[in-house]
Design a protein around this ligand. Structure first.
Ligand SMILES: [Zn+2]
Length: 225
């Protein structure tokens, strides 16, 4: 079920002003569960160098994850995008070219949704149900539009900071261990060597605490349409 937040809407009925609650969609920052499950998510691929290495680690560890791919890169690397799906992971949309949606007017927002979804449809054969806005950037006024095209707008509960300059694999493992709670959604990027080095330890650490990693598709029972 999507998360909803109540806004106040004002309706004028005759000479009366009635304040009604209106529903707006909230992005997903955690999985709605008290069970010891967490989601590993990888943004900004598919990357010809690092995505195959991430996939190999996940295969060896028998872990399912979620990849938020950039439309232009999917077009450039359709076989890698298909491999992610074949391996049983969930694939999500991360915009056409990694533009910050909080800068976009409605016309450009609709164009980016349409263009990126078509790039996925043409390359992997389906429209992703999950969307993560680049930089986590969006306007509140865009959420109802995004909700028409996606099942969930997905943010994260903890950023692994694998992208940060000078970051070490050990520091990434520590960040994730401190943020390990039921339903956590962890943000990584399959575009750097730090996460490749850290991922086996991250998975072992998570499992040593009795947690299981799930893909969004496995958790919600559906990943595409
Ligand atoms: Zn990104």
């Amino acid at each position: 079920m999507p998360n909803f937040r109540t806004h106040l809407g004002i309706v004028i009925l005759g000479s009366f002003i009635v304040v009604l609650p209106a529903l707006a969609v909230e992005p997903l920052r955690k999985l709605p569960t008290a069970e010891p499950v967490v989601a590993l998510t990888f943004d900004d691929g598919p990357d010809p160098e690092y995505t195959p290495q991430i996939l190999a680690i996940l295969r060896e560890k028998q872990v399912k994850a979620t990849f938020f791919l950039i439309g232009m890169k999917v077009q450039a690397e359709p076989e890698l995008a298909k491999q992610i799906v074949t391996d049983g992971h969930t694939l999500g949309n991360h915009s056409t070219s990694h533009i910050n949606y909080s800068w976009l007017a409605m016309g450009n927002l609709l164009r980016d949704i349409r263009d990126s979804q078509l790039e996925f449809k043409n390359s992997v054969g389906f429209f992703p149900l999950y969307f993560r806005p680049p930089f986590g950037g969006y306007k509140e006024s865009q959420l109802s539009t995004l909700d028409k095209y996606y099942k969930y707008v997905v943010l994260w509960s903890e950023d692994g900071l694998d992208w940060e300059k000078g970051q070490t694999p050990e520091e990434v493992v520590q960040i994730i261990e401190k943020a390990l709670v039921p339903g956590a959604i962890f943000l990584f990027h399959d575009t750097n060597p730090v996460i490749v080095a850290a991922l086996p330890q991250i998975i072992e650490m998570i499992e040593s605490h009795g947690y299981t990693c799930v893909s969004l598709g496995d958790f919600f029972g559906q990943s595409q349409f």
